[in-house]
Design a protein around this ligand. Structure first.
Ligand code: PLP
Length: 276
């Protein structure tokens, strides 16, 4: 959409697996004039798409500029993305003050975490408040060893896409495989910004399984006037776990950062029907 606004040509690198499982998004990008470049290397998901995009850019940097849609990659790309997504919390802080007259002391801000851009955007303006930050990673299928949750599962520091970070890896430091029902969370690394928030204990990180996310999607779509995509459904799963333990004076805000429409094929396949 930014390329369209400025009359620029736009190539979007996307894993071949994600092209299949995020079809409505691909159609929307094509309608806006973008060329989708399928990436067929490795796991054919986000991690390979970012690698391929970087390869293209370094080979064509005289005629192209790179944008990354998450807070990952070398330093400047993280800053550009985090600054942009911070608009979410600039708006949220106004809404919270309107709703509660102030920023409540015991307030939990829940956000799913893939590369970490929407969580950074959701939390940014609340950094110097008492708000509690909870990041929810993709725990993957319930009975599988695979996941996409480096912060929750004690992954070690490694280098991925030009930045040091906690990353899923083997003993030799080779990047490990991931699995998640959610294409947007299915990434072995995590923004260095979140690594810092974890190390300094400013944020707490946990995970939700594929099954928990699907259940949360069903419940929220049935009871609320929204239908979250599978990424924020991970955050809603944590809200569902937390809420019964809290006093009624405590406040949870979940960033419903995506709409389920993009996941309709996979939801239909897993649950037999799709509600929105
Ligand atoms: C709707 C939605 N939410 C969340 C994410 C996760 O990314 P990030 O952690 O950068 O917010 C994605 C990634 O594609 C997404 O599409």
């Amino acid at each position: 959409m930014a390329a369209k606004k400025f009359g620029l040509k736009c190539k979007i690198f996307m894993g071949a697996k994600d092209i299949k499982r995020q079809r409505p998004n691909v159609e929307a990008m094509r309608k806006n004039g973008a060329t989708i470049v399928p990436v067929t290397t490795g796991s054919q998901t986000l991690v390979d798409a970012v690698s391929e995009c970087m390869r293209y850019w370094v080979s064509n940097c005289n005629v192209s500029a790179m944008c990354v849609g998450s807070t990952v990659g070398p330093n400047i790309f993280i800053k550009i993305c985090a600054w942009s997504t911070a608009q979410i919390s600039r708006e949220l802080i106004v809404q919270v003050k309107e709703e509660f007259g102030r920023i409540p002391k015991k307030m939990k801000l829940l956000n799913c975490v893939g590369g970490g851009s929407s969580a950074m955007g959701f939390w940014n303006e609340f950094m110097d408040t008492d708000a509690e930050f909870v990041g929810i990673e993709a725990g993957g299928p319930k009975n599988s060893k695979l996941h996409a949750a480096p912060l929750t599962n004690g992954s070690k520091i490694g280098i991925l896409h030009g930045a040091a970070q906690y990353v899923i890896q083997d003993k030799e430091g080779q990047i490990g495989s991931t699995d998640s029902i959610s294409a947007g969370l299915d990434y072995p690394g995590i923004s260095p910004l979140h690594c810092f928030l974890k190390d300094t204990k400013r944020a707490r990180y946990t995970s939700a399984s594929d099954e928990e996310a699907l259940k949360a999607y069903q419940l929220v779509s049935k009871l609320e006037n929204i239908s979250p995509s599978l990424e924020p459904s991970h955050a809603f799963a944590e809200a569902i776990k937390l809420a019964p333990k809290l006093k009624s004076s405590e406040i949870i805000i979940v960033n419903s950062c995506g709409d389920s429409l993009k996941d309709k094929d996979i939801i239909k396949q897993k649950l037999g029907s799709y509600i929105r």
